[in-house]
Design a protein around this ligand. Sequence first.
Ligand code: FAD
Length: 364
Amino acid sequence: MSQINVVVVGAGVIGLSTALVLSKHKNLNVTVVSKHMPGDYDIEYASPWAGANFMPVGKESSKLRAFEKASWPEVDRLCREIPEAGIHYQECRVYGRKKDEGTTVGIWFQELMKEDPWFKDLMPELRILDKSELPPSCDTGMVFKSVCINTAIYLPWLLGQCLKNNVIIKRGVLTHISEAPSYHSTGNASIIMNCTGLLTSKLGGVMDTTVYPGRGQIAVVRNKPGAMHTTSGTDDGSDEAMYIMQRAAGGGTIIGGCLQHGSWEGEVDPNLANRILQRAVDICPSLAPKTGKVTELSVIRHGVGLRPMREGGIRLEKERIGKDWVVHNYGHAGYGYQSSWGSAWEAERLVLEILEKEGKRAKL
Ligand code: FAD
């Protein structure tokens, strides 16, 4: 069986999921090369900073919606069957406020807040909340069963699954996409998977100028909320958000946040940090059951991550660059985990298309 060499550039949730899906084909010989790896915390590396939960936001006819639909059954299966992946079920409560329509956060969560959501048959146990069940500041609400992924467990788990399937993992920093084949364990490769997230905007041969950062600031606390909570916005500005999610297996509770388009700022803003904590306690008093005050929150750390935004949404397509085939898989903004499996399977389909064109076959 002749081997086909593939290099995956990037070891975020998108690169690792893509590598894992491709590595299930016996004749695909996969190497991952990346500047950052699971275990690193860096402003250029989005994946560790995510909450990460599953709240569908894909608009009609978008790739994102298709990938969210495809990804949920797999995330659900991992949660049920693979405890070491670090995922647990959480009730997800979402609250809409009419005044957030058209704000930065309101637009992000537009589909999530609809009273007749497209995902009513996807997410289990979905129920519209009665007015009496809403916080006083909110007009609408819904609850459904979702998950929270502990990224500090899940990313190393994905990496471990790749190693188990004989994927070679390497550190490397590419200045141009055409350097990728030289990182393959054999020194050559005919297919490159571009999973470089935000840094795609700076990668030679691609330099996608429609990719930009969506800054998110978070706090991780030891307190337990009882359920995940999200509102359609806040009174502190169009791009300030309120979400709370408790990670699996002692990972703490992530409290966010904001969506600051175009900001590369990696430092924590202490004033924003105070607003983030206050908003969370206001919406979810059970975070501070004794006093109802922010001072009861036990902060593990504050952090900042940059979501890989892209005008026009996720890019998943194949392109010839020089003599190499490149499959692009980037631009997953604030929904890379909940669209990861759908994206990886679409990337796989494009690889199979390339091989078919060349009279080759990948074998499972
Ligand atoms: P990254 O994780 O940034 O990985 C890119 C990889 O490419 C890195 O390994 C990097 O080193 C490598 N790379 C880049 N350029 C080069 C180069 N030139 N040479 C070598 N390697 C290179 N999503 C959800 O689904 N649910 C959530 O609840 C959620 N919450 C979020 C909260 C915050 C605060 C943030 C910031 C994001 C959140 N997201 C969430 C979004 C999610 O984190 C991203 O969509 C996802 O991590 C993107 O993954 P990626 O692999 O494309 O990018």
